[in-house]
Design a binder for this molecule. Structure first.
Ligand code: HMG
Ligand code: MG
Length: 298
């Protein structure tokens, strides 16, 4: 059965922008975050405390996290792959962070320069320190429906890594179809394996739309009870360590779908679509939300 309400995790300012080749001004990022909050997004992944040598676009994480105007009821989160990242984020007063692992060894090496087992060892002290600081930690698992280097990924592997993150203390595990290769049956089978280990209400879907399947895959997992969806305004984005990977499913398209299903989100679709139009015009990118384009043409 479908959930009554879905929580959207807006990853546009992070996943959406991290791969942009041209520098984006910090004030543009701050305005984007503010507009998203105004449109009703209650959870915004705003920055990433990773190495600026690896991901130059996120080098202004400190300016973003300290410069944003906090709205009541909105969580502003950051990625923190290790203790150095977490300390940086804590110094900016972050209230929530995320660690990110993978169900693929090759992807783990390319993305965070260590094996899956080593990544889990690195996350343990991050979770411990975050617990002390009373900061909640979300966990990502990448390549849950396929890997750009290894191809097929076994659902059992996804379940194993997800379980490790959950047992370590991640309050929620977000399942990433990093390169958007999934299809609905595959997504359901993967979710079936993971939900045997972790309750459904502790799981989120993070689907990229590279092959145009993200919305369909979401429909499939919503039916299974997934009630947290990661998305990016205007479908911005792509992972720097997954060649050819395009953006996340567009937030506007997800909200339109959920509205149509009678599922509450608390989001103002018109304001969100206007934000998508504005950010794509500002950074000179195509708007990859079909709903956003349609509403802008009205
Ligand atoms: P490393 O090189 O193995 O780490 O990188 P290290 O500890 O050996 O440190 C090397 C250098 O990096 C040192 O600097 C450190 O100080 C610095 P140097 O002495 O050479 O000048 N360093 C840092 N600087 C800033 N912030 C930090 C930090 N840590 C070390 N936190 C590391 C390991 C993880 C840091 C690196 O591999 C990295 O930054 N990777 C970036 C990965 C990334 O951001 N990928 C994109 C996000 S994940 C994603 O998009 C997928 C997701 O959306 C889900 C999905 O779609 O599937 C979440
Ligand atoms: Mg992603």
């Amino acid at each position: 059965a479908f959930p009554k309400r879905v929580r959207l995790v807006e990853v546009g300012p992070r996943d959406g922008l991290q791969n942009e080749p041209e520098p984006i001004e910090t004030p543009t990022k701050l305005e984007l975050i503010d507009r998203l909050g105004a449109a009703g997004l209650a959870y915004i992944e705003a920055a990433s405390f990773v190495s600026p040598k690896w991901v130059p676009q996120m080098a202004d994480h400190r300016e973003v996290m300290t410069g944003l105007t906090r709205r009541d009821g909105v969580t502003y989160a950051s990625l923190t792959p290790n203790l150095k990242g977490l300390e940086g984020a804590l110094a900016c007063g972050v209230e929530e962070v995320a660690v990110f692992g993978a169900a693929s060894e090759a992807f783990s090496q390319k993305n965070i320069n260590c094996s899956v087992a080593e990544s889990l060892e690195r996350f343990a002290p991050v979770l411990e320190r975050a617990r002390e600081a009373k900061v909640r930690v979300r966990g990502y698992v990448s390549c849950v429906l396929g890997c750009p280097y290894e191809g097929e990924i076994a659902p059992a592997k996804v379940a194993e890594v997800s379980k490790a993150l959950f047992e370590m203390g991640c309050y929620e595990v977000s399942l990433g179809d990093t390169i958007g290769v999934g299809t609905p049956l595959k997504a359901k089978r993967m979710l079936e394996a993971v939900s045997r280990e972790i309750p459904m209400d502790k799981l989120a879907a993070h689907f990229h739309d590279t092959y145009g399947q993200a919305l369909t895959n979401l429909y499939a997992v919503l039916e299974e009870g997934i009630a947290v969806v990661d998305s990016s305004v205007a479908g911005l984005g792509g992972c720097p360590y997954a060649k050819g990977a395009s953006g996340n499913v567009a937030s506007e398209d997800v909200v339109y779908l959920l509205d149509g299903l009678g599922i509450e989100t608390g989001i103002d679709l018109d304001a969100l679509a206007a934000t998508g139009t504005w950010i794509t015009q500002t950074i000179g990118r195509p708007n990859r939300s079909k709903v956003g384009v349609a509403l802008a043409a009205k």
